[in-house]
Design a protein around this ligand. Structure first.
Ligand SMILES: [Zn+2]
Length: 233
């Protein structure tokens, strides 16, 4: 009698090269070698060997990118995290937008938007507005610092595993890029009604959004957990 097929199949090996032609596979960076990992999209177990520079492994069933290690990915992620921290502080310190219309002038800062909503009785809305664009990204940055700085040293740290899980849990809740696009769309409409002057905070937040996105994109999950595992007793 034929056995029923399990939802997780025998692993398939797939490596998709996105690099330049003629790359030297003998001088590839030390990517972690694992036997099998599960695709987060479809639960298929996939066997992955060593990947080279500009190579990535994708799920053979759904095409989800399983891992795409980059040279010095964790170091780049740390550098972008530090830059994002500085820019986020600047974005919350200076004026974001200045609106002028009919002799009236109003200066808006990121914290003030939430404060005004709270004063008007929309406390939940204030949290929902400021949380995904400032609060959650700030938490992610702090966790990344607590994770990436110890990973540069050989000594183990007891918080590496929970920090890795916390970053993976929080990342989908960040709406940094959505906010930047939303502000740009809003500016087109507001510009027809009032004079809009973009403040230092606006440019700082755009820079923060770029650095924040680059920090997360350089943080390869498989490489990160490989480094954490190497430092976990
Ligand atoms: Zn899949």
């Amino acid at each position: 009698m034929q056995q029923p097929r399990l939802p997780t199949e025998t692993p398939a090996h797939t490596i998709v090269s996105t690099g330049q032609a003629g790359s030297d596979l003998g001088s590839l960076p030390a990517a972690p070698v694992v036997e099998r990992i599960a695709c987060v999209e479809c639960d298929l177990l996939v066997q992955i060997g060593e990947l080279g520079e500009h190579e990535r492994a994708t799920c053979p069933r759904c095409g989800h990118v399983l891992t795409a290690p980059r040279p010095d990915g964790l170091t780049r992620a740390l550098a972008y995290t530090l830059a994002a921290c500085v820019l986020l502080v600047l974005a919350n310190t200076f004026p974001f937008l200045q609106l002028k219309a009919k002799g009236l002038e109003q200066v808006m800062t990121l914290p003030r938007t939430a404060i005004e909503l709270y004063r008007d009785g929309y406390g939940v809305l204030a949290v929902l507005v400021l949380g995904p664009i400032v609060g959650i990204p700030a938490l992610i940055l702090m966790t990344l610092l607590a994770l990436l700085v110890p990973l540069r040293r050989p000594q183990p740290a007891p918080w590496l595993v929970p920090a890795g899980r916390f970053v993976s849990f929080l990342s989908p809740w960040s709406m940094v890029e959505v906010f930047v696009i939303g502000v740009l769309v809003s500016l087109v409409k507001i510009a027809a009604m009032a004079t809009v002057v973009m403040g230092i905070s606006f440019f700082a937040y755009v820079g923060f959004a770029v650095c924040f996105t680059l920090a997360l994109s350089n943080l390869d999950t498989l490489e990160m957990w490989g480094e954490i595992e190497a430092r976990t007793p």
